[in-house]
Design a protein around this ligand. Sequence first.
Ligand code: NDP
Length: 496
Amino acid sequence: MAQTLQDFENLVNGKRIAARGGQWLDSYDPYRGEPWARIPRCAQSDVDDAVAAARAAFRSGPWPAMTPTERGKLLVRLAGLIERDAERLGRLETQDNGKLIAEMGAQTRYMAEWYRYFGGLADKIEGRVLPMDKPSRFTFTRHEPLGVVAMITAWNSPLLLLSWKLAAALAAGNTAVIKPSEHASVSTLEFVSLFEEAGFPPGVVNTVTGLGPDVGAALASHPDVAKVAFTGGDMTGQKIYEAGAPSLKRVSLELGGKSANIIFADANLDAAVMGAVSGIFAASGQTCIAGSRLLVHRSVHDEVVERLTEVARTAKMGNPAEPGTQVGPVTTQPQRAHILKMIEAGKADGARCVMGGGTPKDPAFAQGWFVEPTIFTGVSNDMRVARIEVFGPVLSIIAFDDDAEAIRIANDSPYGLASGLWTRDIGRAINASRAMESGTVWVNTYRAVSFMAPFGGYKRSGIGRESGQESIYEFLQTKTVWFETEESTSNPFIIR
Ligand code: NDP
């Protein structure tokens, strides 16, 4: 069996290498439920090698000597290569994590825009000359890179989530060690080849694959890592925060959510229903921004449930590599077990399962890791399906009677990643968008992202922002440089 698996190696200091210990991990195809590739199972010594390569590339050689304009040009060149290879990279991701090819081709092409945008921004980061309160002083600030940035990513959209960090970090002049999820590392391992082709010096971008508690934890506590940029679950994020504390690392965390998608009585129900479907069933619900709590005004509740189930029932389940498929498998077996457990929790807590509620009966799906799109009505916000992130195709519908109640329920969550508002009333939309405790609020749309729009969480959904101009400062530190222009010897015992 092992001979038929394709091996993908890490990239360290411009060279392809396996783990020092010679160990490998199988990577599974979620549609077939069987291994299709192998990735190196690294350990502490491999992490040390990758960090040392990134540190050397940060401190000496061509990278620190480049001007921001030159760095920007490399990033723009990379964007072109991504567009060229978008289909190939998308196909690898589909095979590795089961995401729909229908979405992946477009997503991978769009990913190029992050490199183009941050490539353009690289030489527009300016310090300031300060006006100063003492005329003999000439004082200015400059923004400098941090050093080695460790990037730890989740399995649901490995390349896109990586690009949100990597484009900004490189534009700022840092170097990177990337640890993708053991469940979906292949696309990242292939993608990093493009950096050499674009002209990035060796050691600027490195990878180290393996298990989270081994490799991820070793990176998060490594003394030569200046910052960890992480995407994943909140409990892992907390561990990374704690692991970085002894060396006072900077940390940015893009974590999970339990986002509220609110349909008010005056909404365009056709659009709202489509938004609700896209919010929870796209990518089989495996998105951090899943609109997993659908809050519906009681006056339109039954109509929304009816229309929603009608659309969701006709969604075509199948092979994610086929362009017509709308619902693919979930990425891992433990994830499927978690989703099914949460569905049972919903039933046990008294929610009504009006659609789905288990694994598909059709034997065509017996091998792969499929879960039926599932809808619960009669959910109250204290039930487990309303509080715990499912990260699967499970929708909890909660009825409300007025705006204040909707906002109270939406904000009654430990998370605060995103929210959706469906209404034609501008005043209501503005007031509710102000009241939402979430990093993103969508009005009459859902699941929209852009390279120019800051993204990140309130509360347990994260720390820091990715995308948009301000996010580059997450990868920079400010230096203040003071000049004294007059020759004077003032009293040394008094602050100057
Ligand atoms: P995990 O938190 O389990 O894993 C994320 C990454 O952390 C993986 O690379 C994992 O490696 C690694 N890891 C695991 N344990 C440790 C550790 N102790 N120290 C360091 N690294 C570790 O998340 P999932 O992969 O299960 O992804 C799902 C979660 O990600 C959901 O909560 C989802 O909401 C969130 N997410 C957030 C997004 C956002 O932008 N806000 C976007 C997408 C997802 P390995 O997999 O090899 O164990």
